[in-house]
Design a protein around this ligand. Structure first.
Ligand SMILES: [Zn+2]
Length: 479
């Protein structure tokens, strides 16, 4: 195959990265990339296992000088988030990504790039390919379906891992090490609703222009949640103008702060309603953070609906949305600026039978996730229904003693004559799952600089890949 990245070191790393981009590997579609990894291992006579999840573990024995050094596990996920710009026709199941260079940046034309976590895959392949003249026993774990709930890592039989030191490569910057992450839990409330007939005029209310963002990393930015904001607006209109609710719909992922929300309502006093919306838009805009400066609240008249939700159902929907606490709930008392406990209402969707409301809670303490379950169960029960909890994964708490972290800091300082950042994050990493299975695993998470992940704007800094590889080589040499 011909490569577009040339003249960069390590050449193999960039070649492997481009090879991966030619193989479809969206979440739940890791069959082909697992085939490729197995073929790679077979060709080099490396020990490997592949499981039913399409996780692949490949091992490379130490060089003679490092036989007695601690074995190191390196880990990253094979799946990518497949996002295309509207207007781009790209079949993620069959077509290779169309790679383009913009100076030192690599991107895929019209689609996400999958540098998250193709960088890890390419780095592991380079190390397994015998690039280093001196290294300890290396175990490389390629996990599947990380982006859709860490499914591969949860399903992997960790008894096959010998290492007690681990480098996860799913971070997004080259000048810091991640030393802790949050666990998470999804909770779905389904509330049966009742409808009644209505003959009032029908209107569509729309919230738009909010910034949203990842419900873990961006939760501390105090950005507005479109669904919760809409519930509050409806509560005000209900009291003041007797509106009725037909449908409510907002958000499309449990782990993203909703940017838009739409409600269909009825009213018999159009002029007052339009005036109230104008006033509410102004009032709320004044409350929001600068990030949400493009907030808009729109109203338009639409075709009359033949049903509305009854008053009790509407009250229950608004009450659930507004009474389950969301946003930052607790900050970490030991690490300044780190959110410890948060919740996001990610999706609301109603029809003439049910209202579905989806939450995602995060904390590095299992006890707080347990508490989340109890709280959401209580609120659901109070409203005459139940909640389903699923996709739970454990967090990874900061460890005071970490020889691997010490090695990393030393290597980083030697290479770049400065201190690296040391951070815990309020988002999920597969490290939490590995740590819960192998509690004496010493873990750090590293990565290369990338931006716009999970979107068609995703870009990878190629200089940063070289830097990351230098750090990895340094750690394996020093270890
Ligand atoms: Zn990732």
């Amino acid at each position: 195959m011909s490569y577009i990245i040339t003249g960069r070191k390590p050449e193999k790393f960039f070649n492997f990265f481009e090879q991966i981009c030619a193989i479809p590997h969206g979440s739940y579609d890791e069959e082909k990339i697992a085939d490729y990894l197995v073929k790679f291992a077979k060709l080099r006579s490396l020990e490997y296992v592949r499981d039913n999840y399409n996780n692949v573990l490949i091992k490379r024995a130490a060089t003679d000088d490092k036989k007695y050094a601690p074995t190191i596990l390196i880990q990253g996920h094979t799946d990518m988030v497949c996002e295309a710009n509207t207007g781009t026709t790209h079949d993620f199941k069959t077509e290779p990504l169309k790679l383009k260079l913009d100076g030192k940046y690599l991107y895929a034309e019209g689609t996400s790039l999958g540098a998250d976590d193709g960088v890890a895959v390419a780095a592991m392949l380079t190390l397994l390919d015998g690039e280093l003249s001196s290294h300890p026993n290396i175990e490389c774990l390629f996990t599947a379906s990380e982006e859709v709930g860490l499914i591969g890592a949860v399903g992997f039989d960790t008894s096959q891992i010998k290492a007690r030191r681990m480098i996860n490569l799913d971070s997004e910057s080259d000048n810091k090490v991640i030393v802790g992450c949050a666990g998470g839990l999804r909770s779905d409330i389904t509330l049966p609703v009742k409808t009644v007939k209505s003959s009032k005029s029908t209107y569509k209310l729309t919230i738009s222009g909010l910034v949203g963002g990842h419900s873990g990393e961006c939760i501390k930015e105090i950005r507005a949640n479109a669904c919760r904001l809409m519930a509050r607006i409806l509560l005000t209109l209900k009291d003041d103008l007797n509106i009725e609710l037909i449908t409510l719909e907002g958000g499309n992922k449990d782990n993203a702060i909703p940017r838009e929300c739409m409600a269909k309502i009825t009213s018999d006093s159009e002029n007052k309603l339009f005036a109230a919306i104008k006033a509410l838009e102004k009032t709320i805009a004044a409350e929001l953070s600068a990030d949400d400066k493009n907030f808009r609240l729109n109203i338009e008249k639409i075709q009359t609906s033949d049903y509305v939700l009854d008053s009790e159902s509407t009250n229950k929907i608004l009450s659930i949305i507004l009474s389950v606490q969301c946003g930052v709930i607790e900050m970490n008392p030991n690490i300044l600026g780190l959110v410890e406990f948060s919740r996001n209402l990610g999706i609301v969707k109603t029809d003439d039978k049910n209202a579905n409301i989806f939450f995602s809670s995060r904390s590095s303490h299992e006890s707080r996730l347990d508490y989340s379950i109890k709280l959401i169960d209580l609120i659901a029960a109070t409203h005459g229904t139940t909640a389903k909890h699923h996709s739970r994964y454990p967090g990874w708490n900061y460890e005071k003693i970490s020889p691997l972290r010490d090695i990393y800091v030393k290597v980083y300082k030697n290479l770049f004559s400065e201190d690296p950042g040391i951070e815990a994050i309020h988002a999920g990493l597969e490290c939490g799952i590995i740590k819960s299975r192998i509690p004496d695993m010493d873990i750090i998470a590293l990565g290369a600089n990338m931006s716009g992940i999970h979107s068609p704007d995703e870009k990878l800094d190629l200089d940063s890949c070289e830097k990351l590889f230098k750090i990895l080589v340094g750690i394996l040499t020093e270890n």
